[in-house]
Design a protein around this ligand. Structure first.
Ligand code: ADP
Length: 256
């Protein structure tokens, strides 16, 4: 399997410093691609049955007089669990597709306007939590990329900041350009991340608080997706922070 292939590669290169030719890498690369394709296919196939469950669970809720309150509760539980699963399968599908570099939608993009649109989009949510959503954006930052992916990357970061920052906090989005690199910082005054967890946050399904986050609606894939998108754009995503003080996610992307 894939794990075995990687293990053998690591052991071989570790012991003998053996140089792996492209030919030797090919079966590993192929089984890796097959695994991704499987994830993409599986999540795609799960979409329709999940939609059917969701519709059938939500329909009776529209006729509360015909079902008892106990049944309504059960249908509600089915509907929200189905929503959680739908989100999970959508995220898995997105992740599996994102890793397929580069696709057809590669364009010259104005990152400043992507971020401005997101600021408008999340303004009501910030206001609802009395969070001060502020920005300091450099004009006309252009880069080559996929606008759907980049929008997703930054919306994941902003949604997390909104989610993990308590009432009356501050979220700041800042851009700078240093030479040929664009830096986007999303900083919040939320719960922060423990130093021993800094390396873990980008792992698939990793969460600081397993119990609490389960019901939060997130899939646990948001930052894994953000990282895959950054890598797909030859970029990098890093995080700093302090527990109880806040977090700061920095995305570095090559400018065009
Ligand atoms: P989710 O938010 O759905 O749990 P993510 O992949 O987006 O999944 O984030 C993984 C984990 O990283 C979160 O569960 C949380 O513990 C931590 N995290 C992410 N963003 C922040 C943030 N802005 N502040 C504090 N912790 C965060």
């Amino acid at each position: 399997g894939l794990g075995g292939g990687i293990l053998i590669t690591l052991v071989l290169s570790g012991i003998g410093g053996i140089f792996l030719t492209r030919q030797a890498m090919q079966p590993i690369e192929e089984s890796f691609q097959r695994l991704k394709q499987f994830t993409a296919d599986a999540s795609h196939e799960l979409r329709s049955p999940l939609m059917a469950i969701k519709i059938n669970a939500e329909l009776p809720l529209e006729y509360p007089m015909e079902i008892g309150p106990k049944d309504a509760e059960k249908f509600q539980a089915i509907a929200s669990a189905t929503n959680q699963m739908t989100r999970l399968t959508e995220d898995l599908l997105f992740l599996a597709r994102t890793d397929k570099v580069p696709n057809g939608d590669w364009n010259s993009l104005n990152l400043t306007s992507i971020l401005e649109n997101l600021l408008l989009l999340y303004k009501p949510q910030a206001q609802a939590k009395q969070i001060n959503l502020i920005s300091q954006l450099t004009e006309n930052l252009y880069l080559m990329g996929d606008s759907v992916q980049l929008t997703r990357l930054f919306s994941n970061l902003i949604e997390n900041a909104l989610h993990y920052t308590p009432l009356e906090g501050v979220i700041e989005i800042k851009t700078t350009r240093v030479g040929s690199q664009i830096y986007v910082k999303v900083q919040d005054t939320g719960m922060g991340i423990a130093p021993e967890h800094i390396d873990k946050v980008f792992e698939r399904f990793w969460r600081a608080d397993k119990s609490r986050s389960y019901n939060s609606g997130g899939s646990g894939l948001g930052l894994a997706i953000a990282q895959a998108i950054a890598h797909n754009h030859s970029g990098l995503i890093t995080v700093t922070g302090q527990l109880g003080v806040g977090s700061c996610f920095t995305v570095r992307l090559p400018a065009s």
